[in-house]
Design a protein around this ligand. Structure first.
Ligand code: PRX
Length: 650
């Protein structure tokens, strides 16, 4: 391995030849050394029972497991027979150890309002919220949907569910009424926890109003628990609706965490797949807890005095594993910011870091690229000396953005970890460990303990170094999804049936001679827009549900900030005209603003094979403004490509 100067010309970055060693000061006191990683990684594969027992024993179990893993492909049970509780491990355990006064959550609103909850304070509210849920008739195994802004109550509600064994399903606050209704119906939730409104760019966004509308289509829903965040007027159904603050005030403050089976479901989180309907990825208690606990501690080199800020909303898996569960399991202090990164200006993140002395920042490449666009001068105005480690997640980070993050934000002092994982994997799977491994900008790196990755062809041939292929995982790991809620067949087919005997991630990648894995991107019809996962089929079905659209095909187009942007090819229904603004608003109503097409190309035909299959490959080339490459002879009318390429987007 060669060590190059990070200031070298940009060209060199794109060739991805540079290697950045862990800064010496960091390496000298890192939690994990290279030798330690090598030894433990080996052990995690050779003696998985010993390895995982050791890690799990650092947490509290109400009764011990009798078997570490029971694997009946594709179904895994981890820590079989063990009983534990996520909320107990995240809260009571630390309070019992004397950390009650330690700050658990430091929350900041867009307008600068802050609120701090200690571990003891957070535990008190979680116990009260648990009692409220019980009083509303929620029992272990029942589903509870959360539709909340990024406020402490989101974490409190998740932990309260975990405490009583209710299964939470968090729906991102930016999702539409129909997306919310679909998710409530799929999970058959009894209770919805929402807020009157959330704030975004100074505007109150009416969550209760959306929830009320969704509730008209969700017969399973019995109660709505409403957090008063904005103090705005809301409609009220006294039989159904309960104010969070009133209920908590009346609730008892005592609650003993329920001992739950290790395989008791902890949460469902909906994510996009390559077919229409989002999948309810189901995680369970013991394995997910052990996975998020271990990765947060070791990937982020966590110490008692750290202030950890993962910028993800709790509506996404990163928000579950690293804004809430992982750091709390480690007894860390978390920063939570409800607001946009450019409010009041692009210095907001750096101002928060300075104000709260954040030491670990974990964010997405799309944010890094947006900051980079606004120059080095803005972060230069703030004191970022509290930072000691930086993380990236959610999409491939281009070497240029990586270098900017390392140089401008980290001052070449803070290692950067590029962590690859998925909603399905529950916890970080590929990364470098900050004090142990050199970084190669643009490459996620090496497997975490217990993770055995490989690159394969579609027919299951394993590939050698530097050959591009499909990323698979060759054995089960504790925090893996257990099923798709209500559709085990889909679980079996999508993940363990694509290539027999291995977990199919849906990403294309390559691995170099040092074992570093570089993710290239999705190989299915899933887009990654600003780090958010969207199915092309979902957007297509939203488009065709509009009367003016006869048919639609959606593809991604490379975007310098968002990673990918949404391009929609739309066939107009006879007798209608397409109004692009109305169509974008329609997609927002159907899914959410994040799915709104950036470009719409109105056409009279789509490139189809004689059997009627749309050739998206060609549409991707057209969207990117590239020359058509590949065999067009299978198309019914090859002339359509030229016509589409000549049509300006609206
Ligand atoms: O394509 C990969 C990309 O995000 C997908 C998973 O999306 P989601 O389930 O929403 O979870 C995102 C946060 C964990 C993956 O299939 N992805 C995630 N992290 C990286 C990444 N691509 C490249 N590098 C990463 N570090």
């Amino acid at each position: 391995m060669t060590h190059t100067n990070p200031h070298d010309h940009i060209d060199a970055m794109l060739h991805e030849t540079r290697v950045i060693a862990p800064p010496e000061a960091f390496r000298a006191r890192a939690r994990v050394t290279r030798e330690e990683y090598d030894r433990r990684y080996r052990q995690s594969l050779d003696e998985p029972d010993v390895f995982w027992s050791e890690v799990a024993s650092e947490l509290h179990w109400m009764s011990p497991w009798s078997q570490v893993l029971d694997w009946q492909e594709p179904h895994a049970r981890w820590f079989v027979g063990g009983q534990t509780n996520m909320a107990y491990n995240a809260l009571d355990r630390h309070v019992a150890a004397g950390l009650g006064d330690k700050r658990a959550i430091v929350w900041e609103a867009e307008d600068g309002e802050t609120r701090t909850l200690t571990y003891a304070g957070l535990l008190r509210e979680v116990k009260q919220a648990a009692n409220v849920l019980l009083k509303l008739g929620v029992q272990a195994g029942d589903r509870v949907t959360l539709y909340l802004p990024l406020i402490p109550e989101a974490a409190i509600a998740m932990l309260a569910c975990a405490r009583i064994g209710a299964v939470h399903s968090v729906v991102f606050g930016g999702f539409s009424v129909s997306a919310l209704a679909d998710r409530i119906n799929d999970a058959q939730s009894k209770v919805l926890i929402t807020a009157d409104a959330g704030y975004r760019r100074g505007q109150a966004v009416g969550l209760k109003k959306n929830a009320d509308e969704a509730a008209r289509q969700t017969p399973s829903l019995e109660h709505m628990l409403v957090v008063r965040r904005a103090g705005c007027e809301v409609e009220w159904q006294p039989q159904r609706d309960v104010w969070w603050h009133e209920a908590l005030e009346q609730a008892g403050g005592e609650h003993a965490a329920a001992p739950l089976d290790s395989e008791h479901p902890l949460f469902i989180l909906y994510t996009s797949g390559s077919t229409g309907k989002p999948k309810g990825v189901q995680h369970t208690t013991g394995g997910y807890m052990v996975g998020t606990y271990l990765t947060t501690g070791e990937v982020f080199d966590l110490r008692d005095e750290d202030v950890f800020w993962c910028t993800a909303d709790v509506g996404w898996v990163t928000g579950h594993s690293y804004s809430v569960y992982g750091p709390l399991l480690n007894g860390a202090t978390i920063v939570m910011y409800e607001g946009a990164p450019n409010q009041p200006d692009w210095g907001r993140f750096w101002q928060i870091i300075e104000k709260h002395r954040v030491s670990i920042l974990y964010t997405a490449p799309t944010a890094i690229r947006a900051f980079m666009q606004h120059g080095d001068e803005i972060p230069g105005r703030y004191d970022l000396s509290s930072l000691r480690l930086l993380g990236s997640v959610g999409e491939p980070i281009n070497p240029e953005a990586w270098m900017w993050y390392w140089r401008v934000i980290g001052g070449e002092r803070c290692p950067v970890v590029d962590t690859w994982w998925q909603t399905e994997t529950g916890a970080i799977m590929l990364t470098t460990l900050p004090g142990a491994h050199p970084s190669k900008p643009g490459s996620a790196g090496l497997p975490m303990y217990g993770v055995e990755p490989a690159l394969m062809t579609r027919d299951g041939q394993e590939l050698g170094p530097d050959e591009g292929g499909l990323l698979v995982i060759k054995r089960p790991w504790p925090s893996m999804l257990r099923t798709i809620y209500g559709d085990d067949e889909r679980y079996r087919k999508s993940y363990w049936g694509e290539i027999p005997g291995v977990y199919f991630a849906g990403d294309g990648a390559r691995r170099d001679v040092d074992g570093y894995v570089t993710i290239v991107g999705r190989v299915d019809d899933v887009l990654n827009v600003s780090g958010h996962r969207l199915g092309t089929m979902e957007i297509e079905s939203a488009l065709v549900s509009h009367p003016s659209v006869a048919e639609a095909a959606v593809v991604g187009k490379p975007d310098p900030v968002k990673g990918e942007s949404v391009v929609a090819f739309v066939l107009v229904q006879d007798g209608f005209e397409v109004d692009p603004a109305e169509l974008r608003a329609h997609v927002s109503r159907e899914i959410g603003a994040l799915a709104r097409p950036d470009a719409i190309i109105i056409s009279s035909a789509l490139p189809k094979t004689r059997s009627g299959k749309i050739m998206r490959r060609f549409l991707r080339q057209i969207a990117a403004g590239k020359a058509i490459e590949g065999d067009t002879s299978t198309l019914e009318d090859p002339g359509v490509l030229e016509r589409l390429a000549a049509t300006p987007p609206v």
